[in-house]
Design a protein around this ligand. Structure first.
Ligand code: CMP
Length: 484
């Protein structure tokens, strides 16, 4: 760069020499024994001034070349500016200098000259309009960098290609079939570009209503476990997007490192998904048709959904066999409770558990009415008093009209005494809820090791439950494993 500045030296020396001459010429002439008349001095003055302006213009052009074109522009964009642009600027500098010389040095009117050169510049500018627009767009694209060389972008006609380079006039994009497209920068800057750096692909699949969400998630996510790990922000996920006529529409979303790998990785995900479905013995949702006979209207069909069938569907009773669900369901009834009804009150006695078939309820603690939880269909409440004999630990109120099934201690006792894991599961949930209530209602709620203390609490509760239900303690009796 230093050597580039050397070309400024000649015009600088020339300028200095002209200044010296301008100041010292009359004395110099006198020392040679000649006196100069006023006309000669004025002529010399004018000549020297015109020469000085021309030298200054040359200096400015060289300075622009070194500092702006080769310096700033090349450094920032990495591309040498086109000759046409630099030449145009040079011409502008010369024209301006001519106008200055005509006006200030020769004291001539310049209106005509300015108009003529203005028209000339405008004509040239208009003729090169698109070229100039491309050049400026090229500068903007290189400075702003909405995409980088090597990025995959989708252009207006929908084709996708890799950016191979940006010149002053055009952006070069190599399509997937190897064809290179040159898009003028002016057009490129106007396009709505889709840049594929890391990007997400989706796979939609309809799975039967019979498959539970956890199994569906396990199967779907196992199909993307072999994809490259792109970091915490790019984890795959599986989500329900719609309920179809035949099944649940799931969407598996996973991230791809770049565009070209899309096809291979998509094929791999499909392959692995099919394999996971084979191994788990599941298929996509079969086409279903419900035929309703005249005497079975939908509400009558709904009534045929027995309480035993409902019990089998909820997580808590998954451990029970078909017959045990029938046994538990015998004599139970569903009751519809209006919104805003207090179903249990904190502090009251009670020995029954409520299963929520439909509706939403809230759990309220203390006189201040602190809402600690919201309970939804498939959940239950009242297990604390039922299992331990303690008064109700909270009030539970219906938020919406709800359908509840009440299960008494007497009805649950024979099942619990046979199915010890049911007591364990209830004790675990009870301990978790107690901890959550304490955490939400006390200021210093955060425990040191919640999981450990929850396990300890659940052990303690289980011992209380065993004695309340008259069950033998774990040490006294071998633990019965549960089988479906
Ligand atoms: P029980 O104490 O018999 O009556 C009130 C019920 O509210 C209680 O049993 C639990 O079933 C329920 N409950 C209390 N605290 C919570 C909580 N934090 N989350 C969910 N349910 C709770």
């Amino acid at each position: 760069m230093r050597t580039a500045y050397r070309k400024l030296i000649p015009p600088l020396i020339l300028l200095a020499a002209l200044a010296l001459l301008w100041h010292g010429f009359p004395q110099l002439a006198r020392s040679f024994g000649r006196t100069l008349d006023a006309g000669t001095i004025a002529g010399l003055d004018t000549g020297l001034a015109a020469l000085a302006w021309l030298t200054a213009a040359l200096l400015l052009i060289r300075l622009l070349d070194v500092a702006l074109w080769q310096g700033l522009v090349v450094r920032r964009t990495g591309i040498a500016p086109p000759r046409l642009l630099t030449n145009l600027v040079d011409v502008l500098v010369w024209l301006t200098t001519m106008v200055i010389i005509t006006s200030y040095v020769f004291n001539q009117p310049v209106t005509g000259l300015v108009t003529t050169s203005g028209v000339a510049v405008a004509t040239v500018g208009f003729a090169l309009k698109s070229l100039i627009s491309d050049m400026f767009s090229g500068i903007a694209l290189t400075l702003e960098r909405p995409f980088n060389i090597g990025d995959w972008v989708q252009i207006a006609d929908g084709t996708v290609g890799r950016v191979a380079g940006i010149s002053w006039r055009a952006t070069n994009i190599v399509l997937q079939n190897g064809v290179t497209v040159h898009i003028p920068n002016g057009r490129m800057a106007e396009l709505i570009l889709r840049v594929f750096n890391k990007w997400r692909d989706e796979l939609d699949i309809e799975l039967g209503y019979g498959m539970d969400e956890e199994q569906a998630e396990r199967i779907l996510l196992s199909a993307v476990s072999g994809l490259p790990d792109l970091g915490a922000h790019f984890r795959p996920d599986a989500r329900i997007v719609a309920f179809g006529t035949n099944g649940v529409m799931w969407q598996l979303r996973y991230w791809l490192p770049d565009y070209p790998s899309r096809s291979d990785l998509r094929a791999r995900v499909h392959h692995d998904l099919l394999r996971a479905m084979h191994v788990a013995n599941v298929t996509t949702a079969p086409i279903q048709q419900h035929i309703l006979f005249e005497r079975f209207r939908p509400e009558e069909l709904a009534r045929h959904d027995t309480i035993a069938a409902f019990l089998r569907r909820i997580d808590l009773f998954k451990l029970l066999t078909h017959d045990e669900c029938e046994e538990l369901a015998a004599g139970l009834i569903s009751r519809t409770i209006p919104a805003g009804t207090m179903v249990v009150r904190q502090g009251e006695g009670g020995e029954s558990l409520f299963l929520i078939r439909e509706g939403t309820l809230e759990v309220i603690v203390g006189t201040a009415g602190h809402v600690v939880a919201q309970l939804r269909p498939g959940s239950f409440f009242g297990e604390m008093s039922l299992l331990t004999g303690a008064p109700r630990s909270a009030s539970v109120k219906t938020q919406t009209s709800s359908v509840l099934i009440e299960v008494s201690k007497e009805r649950l006792q024979p099942i619990i005494s046979r199915r010890e894991m049911l007591a364990e599961e209830l004790s675990r949930i009870l301990a978790e809820r107690q901890q959550a209530t304490t955490r939400l209602t006390s200021a210093s709620g955060a425990g040191d090791d919640r999981a450990a203390s929850s396990r300890f609490l659940s052990g303690e509760i289980l011992a209380r439950v065993r004695s309340f239900f008259g069950l033998a303690n774990a040490q006294e009796r071998p633990r019965t494993a549960v089988s479906g």
